[in-house]
Design a protein around this ligand. Sequence first.
Ligand code: HEM
Length: 507
Amino acid sequence: MAVSAILLPISILSFAIIYWLGSAFLNHWHHERTRAKLGCPPMKRYPSWDKLLGLDFVYAMFKALKENRFLEFQTETYSARGSKVWTANFMGNRMIYSSEPANMKAMSTSHRDSFAVEPIRVANGAITPFTGRGVSSSDGAKWHFSRGLVKPYFERAAFSNLERLSAHVDRLISKIPTDGSTVDMQPLFQRWFLDTSTEFLFGQTVNSLDNPERDWPHRDMVTVMRGLRLRLQLSSFLFLHRDKEWFAACKRIHGFLERYIDRAYQQVEDEGKTGKSATNVNGEPRTDFLWTIARHVPDKLELRTQLTGVWIPSNETTSIHMSHALFALARHPGVVEKLRKEILDYGDKALTFEGLRSMNYLRWTVNETHRLYPVSLQTVRSCVKDTTLPTGGGEDGTEPIFCAKGDIVHCNRYLMHRDPDLWGTDAEEFRPERWEHARPMWNFVPFGGGPRICPAHVMVDTECSYAMVSLLQRFKAVEARDDEPYTAVMRVGPSNKNGCRVAFVLA
Ligand code: HEM
């Protein structure tokens, strides 16, 4: 009796190990056979001692995240391989890391049907406590439906008149000290963006610039996004994520969104009864994002999913981009001078979309900020059928690579944007003038590319340009008030740990 009580678990364990080893061997054999059949030589590998789960690589990555060295970690791991494409085992998943424009292009366009986002975002439950299959987290027919829902709104918002921005920008400027004292612009830009985006997405601003205590949705979204990033990384070890504060923040944001949703549904109903167009609190007709989609999505949970599907990718983007731009400007007075000249030459004419586009140096400065400080570091996709990507294999890294079903491919725009082979020996320098001759293709994709390109890209650059022009109309110079280097802390994308501490000089 005692002997069989010991033998049974040993037999089960032995069987499980044999089964696991057998299937690992078969998978490897199938993988190598298909790779050879498709004519793809092997890629460089991260030299893990833990062949099973790659825990040494996992540990190195989490350590870099904790020490705010994630960007340096990217640079180091790529250069240690001596290759722009390599592979690693991360918690039992095969990862492919690439900073080759050709792979980014193929994965986003010609080969996009072999890649998907749902398996790494929704199917594994990584994001489902917070959101479901919205535009940024679905594939196939569901993605087409969601993209169709959001597209007309963004197309209209990008080119519409800029008056909607002016009140928010004026309020932002009113918070800046005019006596030359130091101000951290990063939190101000975050509140500014919360105010503009709640008005633009939900039809009612929280006005956190005037009421700082109302910025809790921003703080909660940072918690939500940090948790989402961790959950996406944990993949098969998701069960380890039990952060109560994260679940509480998700709940508070749901409540916040539902108040807007209830109001929109109520107004749709009232409109049907009275025939009168719904208005905002200021009496103007509603034209916000929620309003344009509410009547097409009668299910409340589905509508909340569509809202979060847009709100998630908008978080810590424009605000951090603005903060990055100012961080760079404060360290490059010559660039500020040239920008000011262009802005003064424009004169007192109203700021229009076309007017902003006509300012070349402004556009170059916005581009240069996107290039050096991309707020979205990588495009990540799960491979859903065996395929190839154009380059990165073999000794010299120029032959096609094999992507097997289940592999997770990371196309790294941070490294691509700083690659001296693509941008010259001064690639690490902030120099807007380079854009006079640069003809960017897939080496410059701050907003991604192909059918899934960020639908807000024109709007983002317009908002950023508008705010920069307004700031430099009011102030003639901006001085850096710390000499700390840019230290990326990964909350959602990278933002500067030390914020953006500057002082302005009145014009
Ligand atoms: C500096 C600002 C921003 C940057 C750099 C940026 C960048 C990106 C990138 C790289 C993608 C992924 C594209 C791909 O998978 O190929 C994306 C997707 C997306 N972005 Fe943005 N974004 C910004 C701001 C915004 C804002 C303000 C909004 C909304 C108000 C927004 C909404 C979206 C949506 C909905 C998607 C998903 C598109 C899809 O999967 O079809 N983004 N963005």
